[in-house]
Design a protein around this ligand. Sequence first.
Ligand SMILES: Cc1cc2nc3c(=O)[nH]c(=O)nc-3n(C[C@H](O)[C@H](O)[C@H](O)COP(=O)(O)O)c2cc1C
Length: 187
Amino acid sequence: MELDEALARRRSIRKYKRTPIPEDAVLRVLNAAHAGPSGANASPWRYVVVASAEMKRAIRQASEKVDSTWDAGMPQWFQSWLASQGITSDKGFLEDAPYLLVVFSDQTLPYSVESTWVSIGYALLAATQEGLGTLTYTPGDPGFLWTLLNLPERFVPQAILPLGIADEAPDLSRRLKRRLARLETVD
Ligand SMILES: Cc1cc2nc3c(=O)[nH]c(=O)nc-3n(C[C@H](O)[C@H](O)[C@H](O)COP(=O)(O)O)c2cc1C
């Protein structure tokens, strides 16, 4: 799949089949994430791969708990937007997707957050290229990930990316929100 097709096809997937996916595909997504540029070439990201049903359940339960409190404290416009997107505190995708990539940034390294998010972008596109669904999921208060995954606090949780076969078909006719027809430069 060419880059422009991956860009056009990538969508947030919040429903997954429980069908297993090949380990090779997951490896390619991880390798794409590791291929990104990083400030001072520090590669400050850490991807923890979760496949165990017990750990996925624990992550789901903790995420649902923190998100129900978090969402309730958000402004009304945000809550309305979540509802309009069908985003609820049910995070079933965290158990249904065969893999979760839990992404951390190492705060002892320079540009750790910025570089980690570049690598997340690479992972999202690579997953699309593999024909997999994925999502950028950011639990409201992700501190529970330190405890569950037993990581030192220098690794700051950034996102959870489920990887699996999509069980929903987003409307791909909805294109990039802003498409530039011509280049405008500043003088
Ligand atoms: C930084 C960031 C945080 C996000 N957090 C969440 C989240 O916690 N839950 C969720 O369902 N989607 C989350 N998303 C996905 C966005 O809602 C989604 O990308 C956006 O609505 C556009 O839809 P699309 O990805 O299908 O193009 C997040 C995306 C980004 C970039």
